[in-house]
Design a protein around this ligand. Structure first.
Ligand code: XMP
Length: 526
């Protein structure tokens, strides 16, 4: 078994980020509910214990409190924020409501540089605070090793028992040296090695999926995007042919998209893939529609309808193969939900199950098809999912692909969606992808794509006057899609893309470059 760190979750929105920081140190971690019995923790033989932050006040009536025996396990403990209050509460310190809520950036001054958490670090550090209550009396045996403007006890230690407490949040990016603090704790204090990596993660995830799914069947809606692709590859590694992927071609895909998905998943991975070509149906439904919201609604509804039918036919396939009715009732639906899709961490008073954003559920499936969810990526962040995808042997083309909206090219084609106009957009988009890849820009930007505008303008080609459409080129950089800036591509590349589009795509005589940031613009045009 791997060396591991146990993280007790007191409801902080950052608990998963702590786990991620520990993974970044190449150490395995397990997140457990705050009230997990000490005996159960001891059975895992962890090298150390991290007490997460949390929104509660330790003296509140319904404050989440751990089993008091966790302090007798004889292993190193690190309390973060609310975790420090826990140390104080159980070990003879005192916590009081702070006069001033400490929130946001602060400067930490390390008073005792021999504290192992601050090994090889400067005397002052930028840190991120988010707490109201503060420590006013140290727990027994503890000393203060660092202070902030507002707190004499920003970092405390009891080196004899290897117990540490930080009032600030070292896991967030606003504490730039926070990773080193975690590394100092898990390697320096707890003595963990560097043994854990994505390969181990695959093994553990495969075991977990097998344990959850048993001999039942799983279906997964494959979009060809990173998340559903990695989920498919992982679940297939775990349960092979018990997995059926359903890929719906809505006719709004980019050039070669349907082929790539069939090639990679059907032929290379040999995953059971139901390919539903519903492009005609979608186009018929979209006929004459120009309003973007209506387009989205029609596409969403039609998708659910087609998906449902495909699920029903996969169920029929199963029963034809001899699977009995109980299997049909108890099937699993897999989703590539990532950690950032999970709104908040553990709601303390209620059910510890995480809540999922509604758009990630394949809503609207009939009640009689009752599914249990399999979400093997739920604890990972996007970049970790990409690493995992590469570890599973997925091609870079899929693992590092740019985000693509569910309603596909329909949101990039302003005005009516027709087969002819789709073809124009698809060709222009292919040129953008091709040139961005050739010039090594494709993987450096967040998104780069063509938009087909509904206006025509006059141009001249050879001796002939033309009256054709305009393509807008949209290339943006972004961290998460919430804000974005346009990318200052070299003029030569812009020139090449424009020339190729106007020369190679019939029906287009003009190409413009969108230089709007988000906000006030959006990334897609619609
Ligand atoms: P906007 O246009 O709102 O886009 O700036 C932000 C990010 O979201 C993507 N996007 C979508 N993704 N379904 C999706 O899965 C959608 O309907 C959708 N609409 C926009 C967009 O590509 C960008 O990355």
């Amino acid at each position: 078994m791997n060396e591991q760190i146990v993280i007790l979750d007191f409801g902080s929105q950052y608990t998963q980020v702590i786990a991620r920081r520990v993974r970044e140190c190449n150490v395995y971690s397990t997140i457990l509910p705050y009230d997990t019995p000490a005996k159960q923790i001891a059975a895992l033989k962890p090298r150390g214990l991290i007490l997460s932050g949390g929104p509660a006040s330790v003296y509140a009536e319904d404050a989440p409190l751990p089993d008091k025996d966790i302090f007798k396990l004889g292993i190193p403990v690190l309390g973060i924020c609310y975790g420090v209050q826990i140390l104080a509460h159980f070990l003879g310190g005192k916590v009081e409501p702070g006069r001033k809520r400490e929130f946001g950036k602060g400067t930490l001054t390390v008073r005792d540089s021999s504290c192992p958490l601050f090994k090889d670090m400067p005397e002052t550090l930028q840190v991120w605070n988010s707490h109201g209550d503060k420590l006013t009396r140290l727990p027994k045996g503890f000393v203060s090793v660092a202070t902030t403007e507002n707190s004499d006890y920003a970092a405390i230690e009891n080196r004899a028992t290897n117990s540490y407490g930080l009032q600030f949040h070292p896991e967030v990016v606003h504490t730039p040296r926070g990773r080193e603090i975690y590394s100092n704790f898990v390697h320096g204090v707890c003595g963990c090695g560097n043994d854990w990596n994505m390969r181990n993660y695959v093994e553990q995830a495969v075991e977990a999926i097998r344990a959850q799914v048993g001999s039942e069947n799983v279906i997964l809606g494959l979009s060809g995007g990173v998340d559903s692709s990695v989920a498919a590859a992982l679940i297939h590694r775990a349960v092979g042919d018990q997995l059926t992927c359903i890929f719906v071609n809505n006719g709004l895909l980019r050039a070669r998209e349907a082929e790539i998905v069939q090639e990679v998943f059907g032929r290379n991975f040999r995953i059971r893939l139901l390919y539903e070509d519903a492009s005609r149906l979608f186009l018929t439904r979209l006929k004459g529609v120009t309003d973007p919201e209506r387009k989205r609604k029609i596409i969403g509804r039609t998708f659910i309808e087609v998906f449902e039918k495909a699920v029903a036919s996969s169920l029929r396939l199963d029963s034809a193969r001899g699977a009995d009715a109980t299997i049909r009732k108890a099937r699993f639906l897999a989703q590539g939900t990532l950690y950032p899709d999970v709104i908040e961490s553990v709601p303390i008073a209620g059910n510890p199950a995480a809540m999922i954003k509604s758009h990630h559920n394949v809503g609207g499936l009939p009640k009689k098809m009752r599914f249990k969810l399999v979400e093997p990526l739920k604890c990972l962040f996007k970049d970790e999912v990409r690493q995992l995808g590469l570890e599973l042997g997925l091609p870079k083309e899929i693992v590092h692909r740019q985000p693509f909206p569910g309603p596909g090219l329909a949101v990039r084609l302003l005005g009516e969606v027709t087969a002819e106009r789709l073809e124009i957009l698809r060709k222009a988009d292919w040129i953008v992808i091709d040139e961005m890849k050739q010039s090594d820009w494709y993987y450096k930007v967040w998104q780069s794509f063509a938009v087909l505008l509904p206006v025509r303008s006059v141009g001249v080609m050879g001796d002939e006057r033309t009256y054709d459409y305009t393509i807008a080129l949209r290339v943006v950089e972004s961290q998460d899609g919430m804000t974005a800036d346009w990318v200052k591509l070299p003029y030569e590349l812009l020139e090449k893309i424009s020339n190729r589009i106007v020369n190679e795509v019939k029906g287009v005589n003009r190409c413009v470059f969108d230089i709007t940031s988000k906000p006030p613009g959006t990334i897609e045009w619609e």
